[in-house]
Write a protein that binds this ligand. Structure first.
Ligand code: XUL
Length: 511
């Protein structure tokens, strides 16, 4: 048997993908969109409405309902899930799930005649889950900075960051100490869903765990001092740090055809999973993932942190470390620019670039519709160095895309040597964006055949736990599809624009 299931629980959807390691093909896939498939959770784009634009929470019951529905769809597609040899998965990073003391008992008694959402509801000590888009914890970050200073970045891989789980837990404990006291365990999205699959509390891996400001990357365990300052008694509420097999699929999932006891690999974060699923777990290749968030990541040859303090170090699921820089205004911002310009995707992805020159005459627009993560900017709004609103649609599109790519480049320079970028995520299909990436970074840009690199990575991690070779799977599942070469003529144009975009980051938004 050589079939492996990978599950990706991302911001706006949950996807499943089955690889066949003998034939080297994708054998089945299914997905669930949170907005259109599960409207009853009132969580469009995976985010609950809130009066404060800096607060971004989701509903953890939405994620388990999506797991039920995705497996139902996979089974309905005709694929026999009884053939699956191991399951792996990943979740959007940093999001946390707060559970009371009934969680473990409820997990051990899951009844297949009922849904996961109805059974897990009583296990939540906090109804909603803060997710990576949340920027509401600046006060807590400053408190962590004041207490630990540079040690936080040196030991956890990142300075105090608003969306990271530590600051989120500290805010919860300060504001809702009673509910914090009732909380017996705090899981990440990844370890929560892995726990549900195995019917027992699952470990957190070092890829996702490093996104909490709580994991000491030198000991690869929770840092007791940082955890205790973050919130009293926190270490006792955190799952173990672990890797390898978390446990076996529990009996609940037999209703979808999965065999009880099938090994489940410890889940990781969506970016670490994508590192594996794009074949970039080896050095020399960097990844740009263009999804709800845009991220830039690569393997680190040796442990190093961002001198500017914006980027992160996570554990790599293939061993060693990876770097990451994250930009919040990704695909939803591109869509807003597209709608504002009144154009379709064909024009946004191609036509706009045919009608304008590389460099756009120096006109740039940062499409920060939401508070930005890199660099940290709390006041949303477009920043432009020209009359954006009166410009033609083509100029608007190029100005936004070039600004996004230049910011990506300027905050990734610390990451080291690579001559190839692999692009993944929805917008990686855009020829205009791909060529802009190649020209700005002066690197070859490759896309791989499988668009959902996180779910693929989850499946590959599961297969690797079962003895399959990572090298062989990388050859089988991540062949290069389309690619583009950089145009040397534009190297200087974009090098000159890097300081311009840095200045633009400091300006006020357009009114
Ligand atoms: C990474 C980050 C996002 C989420 C959602 O640090 O915050 O990329 O993982 O994809």
């Amino acid at each position: 048997m050589a079939y492996y299931l990978g599950i990706d629980s991302s911001t706006q959807s949950l996807k499943g993908l089955v690889i066949d390691c003998e034939a080297g093909i994708i054998a089945a896939q299914a997905s669930v969109n949170f907005t259109t498939d599960l409207p009853q959770f009132d969580c469009p784009d995976g985010v609950l409405a809130h009066d404060d634009p800096l607060v971004k929470h989701s509903d953890p019951l939405l994620w388990v309902a999506a797991l039920d529905l995705m497996l139902e769809r996979l089974q309905a597609s005709g694929f026999d899930l009884g053939c699956i040899a191991a399951v792996g998965g990943d979740g959007q990073q940093h999001g946390s799930v707060y559970l009371n003391s009934s969680f473990e008992k409820i997990l051990s008694e899951l009844d297949s005649s009922k849904s996961l959402a109805e059974q897990l509801k009583p296990a939540l000590s906090r109804k909603s889950s803060p997710i990576w888009m949340d920027s509401s914890t600046s006060a807590e970050c400053r408190e962590l900075d004041a207490e630990f200073g540079q040690r936080l970045q040196d030991d956890t891989g990142s300075p105090a960051i608003e969306r990271f789980t530590g600051a989120q837990i500290r805010k919860f404990q300060k504001q809702e100490s009673g509910l914090y006291a009732e909380t017996a365990s705090i899981h990440l999205v990844s370890s929560f869903l892995c726990s549900v699959l195995t019917g027992a509390s699952a470990p957190i891996d070092s890829g996702d765990g490093a996104g909490m400001n709580l994991l000491n990357l030198r000991t690869m365990d929770w840092d007791p001092e940082i955890a205790e300052f973050t919130a009293p008694g926190l270490v006792a509420k955190l799952p173990k740090v672990g890797k390898g097999v978390a446990g076996g699929v529990c009996a609940y999932f037999e209703k979808y055809g999965l065999k009880c006891g099938t090994p489940v690999a410890v889940w990781t974060g969506d970016n670490p999973a994508s590192l594996v699923g794009t074949g970039a777990w080896r050095s020399g290749v960097a990844v740009v993932s263009l999804g709800t968030s845009d991220t830039f990541f690569a393997v680190l040859d040796k442990f190093a942190t961002d001198p500017d303090g914006y980027g992160h170090v996570f554990g790599s699921p293939a061993g060693g470390f990876m770097s990451l820089a994250c930009f919040k205004n990704g695909s939803l911002a591109r869509d807003k620019v597209r709608q504002g310009a009144g154009v379709d995707w064909a024009f946004f992805d191609k036509g706009a670039f045919e009608q304008t020159e590389a460099g756009n005459g120096g006109q740039l627009a940062l499409p920060w519709f939401e508070a930005e993560i890199t660099p940290p900017v709390l006041q949303p709004g477009i920043r432009a160095n020209f009359d954006f609103k009166s410009a033609t649609p083509a100029v608007q599109v190029r100005a936004a895309v070039e600004a996004q790519v230049l910011v990506l480049c300027s905050h990734s320079l610390w990451i080291g040597n690579f001559d190839t970028i692999r692009v993944t995520g929805g917008a990686s299909k855009s020829p205009g964006i791909r060529q802009t990436l190649a020209n700005v970074f002066q690197a070859r840009v490759e896309s791989i055949a499988v668009a959902d690199s996180a779910a693929l990575g989850g499946a590959m991690i599961a297969a690797h736990c079962n003895g399959e070779s990572l090298e062989k799977m990388t050859e089988q599942f991540t062949p290069v599809g389309e690619f583009c070469e950089p145009c040397a003529d534009y190297a200087e144009v974009y090098a000159n624009l890097l300081p311009v975009v840095k200045d633009l980051e400091q300006t006020d938004p357009l009114s």
